[in-house]
Ligand binder design. Structure first.
Ligand SMILES: Cc1cc2nc3c(=O)[nH]c(=O)nc-3n(C[C@H](O)[C@H](O)[C@H](O)COP(=O)(O)OP(=O)(O)OC[C@H]3O[C@@H](n4cnc5c(N)ncnc54)[C@H](O)[C@@H]3O)c2cc1C
Length: 572
């Protein structure tokens, strides 16, 4: 059943009689919760007023120029009454009005269709629209933003921030400041985290609307290489396109030998767990597993990590990983070269069997997180209908223009492979839109930085020592230990290292790695250096503010340049 709800102006703080400068809705629009309805501007600030409900706009009570205060009616919304509804009526908060869709008899035409509204897809859609294309963006979930905003980067970083506050609260215990043990209300933390997600996803909805991009909710599959079908609530839309960009992302890998049970978590369900486990096993010592280990260990869980490789974050340079490993193992049991190969649910606990060389044992936990990698979302797209090829792991194969075998269909982000990172997806999204619009010929980036937002953080970019050694690439290295940094000393962050890899002859920057506080922020300087073709002298001659952790990149470059004064390095 539907009901009519009057949406009024919420308490907007210290504001009264504030003029409306923009109306963001019209009659018939379908609105999501938190989607901005109007923009108001006072002498203090400009702000958007979000909707408190989802539904169809039936009547608008205000216009541009009207002045509003708390309680001023904005509009009537027809919403679904979930309590009385039998679940047979649904409102999908797509941003194109339903009446428009219906009047087009379910056939839509566009220049570019983008499938998947994660960081790759929405960036591609926005850029293509800004370059003059008529764009349709299709997303199977109710909210746009993809894994990153809804169940990835943003919620995990919110939980890591909460964990950091706890860590910092006991950091000064021996140096003059102590707090009592923190009380953790996990449900309130989730409310706060979810409010951040809602703000960001509704911001994306506004950005789509402002660009007049049609956002259609439904599951897309190809019909041929110029049309696709979108299934939405058992009705199909046909989309005819000139170009398509596939940005369908990836999903967590499941372990076949592990049962489906609420105690077996993946990277999505752990972000919403409404209790703090007494004991938590994390299978997989990659970035996602280690970030969750950092969170739950600070929240008070007894955390154990099981990693099949002989180091955490396989692939990353050992000197960087060692710094993190040493810190983690103070509170977390880490089993390397270990396989967790079977498990059984008994008395509301998970019993896991392990193997390591010839040793076998089993252990019982409250919960187990399986974070052993991700698989591309390519299987439901009917790629066979347009001869698009995938590799043996189902990643879509593209050329240096991000084109699939069907030259008007492009693919970007997680669905084309490593590194599976949001900024890589976004960069490729922008490039695909620009290549389609004849702005660029080929992908034009030199590196995609990687960051583990653990404590301490670990970040690297460009050439790694692992890769250089495996591929016999000659390089020179300069490393600066953070114990020699004044800022690191003054902020209890001496557990760190900054290294730069550079070409022996030209001294050009080839790569960099940082383990330490805020490494994820600090790595950008080296990324810029690599992109600009800078050499170590360029960094060593750049005055860095003192005392900062950014000086560690400067000092590493000075070591390479032979001009360091903050350390004594005997002449060779
Ligand atoms: C816990 C966690 C933490 C992370 N933290 C970080 C981080 O800190 N930094 C970072 O850079 N990366 C991080 N990542 C990785 C990052 O989230 C992904 O690399 C990024 O989201 C990939 O973007 P994408 O656009 O390729 O795909 P996605 O974000 O996966 O979006 C794809 C979208 O396509 C939709 N879709 C799929 N199939 C269809 C279909 N057939 N029809 C319609 N829609 C479809 C999906 O519903 C989804 O919304 C994290 C991931 C996880 C799981």
């Amino acid at each position: 059943m539907t009901k009519l709800i009057k949406v009024t102006t919420p308490d907007i703080g210290d504001f009264k009689d504030v003029p409306i400068i923009e109306l963001l809705i019209k009659d018939g629009d379908i609105i999501a919760i938190d989607q901005p309805l109007i923009t108001i501007e006072s002498d203090k600030a400009t702000m958007e007023i979000p909707s408190t409900h989802s539904g169809v706009v039936k009547k608008i009570f205000i216009k541009v120029g009207d002045k509003i205060s708390k309680g001023t009616p904005i509009c009537d919304l027809q919403t679904v009454d979930h309590e009385s509804s039998q679940g047979d009526e649904k409102i999908n908060p797509v941003t194109e009005s339903q009446s428009n869709m219906d009047s087009m008899e379910n056939v839509l035409n566009c220049d570019t269709v983008v499938i998947g509204a994660g960081p790759g897809g929405y960036t591609a859609a926005f850029r293509a629209s800004d370059l003059g294309q008529d764009v349709i963006l299709i997303e199977k979930h109710e909210k746009i933003g993809g894994v990153c905003l809804n169940v990835g980067c943003i919620p995990s970083k919110a939980l890591l921030h909460a964990a950091k506050i706890i860590e910092m609260s006991h950091e000064m215990i021996n140096n003059g400041i102590s707090f009592s043990k923190p009380e953790i209300d996990i449900n309130k933390i989730h409310d706060w985290k979810n409010s951040i997600i809602n703000k960001l996803t509704s911001g994306l909805t506004t950005l789509s609307k402002k660009r007049k991009i049609k956002v259609l909710q439904g599951l897309a599959e190809f019909n041929d290489n110029s049309s696709l079908i979108v299934n939405k609530d058992n009705s199909n839309y046909i989309i005819n396109f000139k170009n398509a960009i596939i940005a369908t992302g990836s999903s967590p890998i499941k372990l076949g030998s592990f049962p489906l049970d609420k105690r077996i978590l993946n990277s999505t369900s752990i972000l919403d767990l409404n209790e703090i486990p007494k004991s938590l096993l994390i299978i997989g010592g990659g970035i996602i597993g280690l970030e969750m280990a950092t969170v739950y260990s600070e929240f008070g869980s007894k955390v154990e990590i099981c990693e099949y490789d002989d180091q955490l974050m396989p692939g990353a340079d050992k000197d960087l990983v060692n710094i993190l490993h040493k810190k983690l193992e103070k509170n977390i049991k880490i089993n390397l070269s270990t396989l967790a190969d079977e498990c059984e649910i008994k008395n509301n606990k998970v019993n896991v069997k392990f193997k390591s060389n010839s040793k076998k044992w089993s252990e019982t936990y409250d919960y187990v997180l399986v974070s052993v990698g991700r698989i591309p979302n390519s299987s439901s797209l009917r790629l066979d209908k347009c001869n698009i090829e995938t590799d043996d792991k189902s990643f879509i194969i593209v050329n240096e223009k991000l084109q699939t075998k069907a030259s008007n269909i492009y693919a970007i982000g997680d669905v084309i492979g490593q590194p599976m990172l949001a900024h890589k997806a976004a960069k490729e999204g922008k490039l695909a839109a620009e290549i389609i619009s004849n702005q660029y010929d080929i992908i034009d980036y030199k590196t995609i930085p990687s960051v583990a937002y653990t404590s301490p953080e670990v970040a690297w970019m460009g050439l790694t020592e692992n890769f250089a050694n495996q591929n016999s690439i000659d390089y020179e290295k300069a490393s600066f230990p953070w114990a020699a940094s004044g800022r690191a000393q003054a902020s209890n962050s001496t557990n760190g290292l900054t290294k730069i890899l550079y070409d022996k002859k030209t001294k050009k920057i080839l790569g960099a790695g940082i383990a330490g506080e805020n490494a994820g922020e600090l790595i950008s300087e080296s990324v810029l250096g690599l992109e600009m073709g800078a050499n170590i002298e360029d960094v060593a001659l750049t005055v860095h503010p003192h005392p900062t952790l950014s000086e560690t990149t400067f000092f590493a470059s000075e070591i390479a340049d032979g001009t360091i004064t903050d350390l004594y390095i005997p002449k060779k």
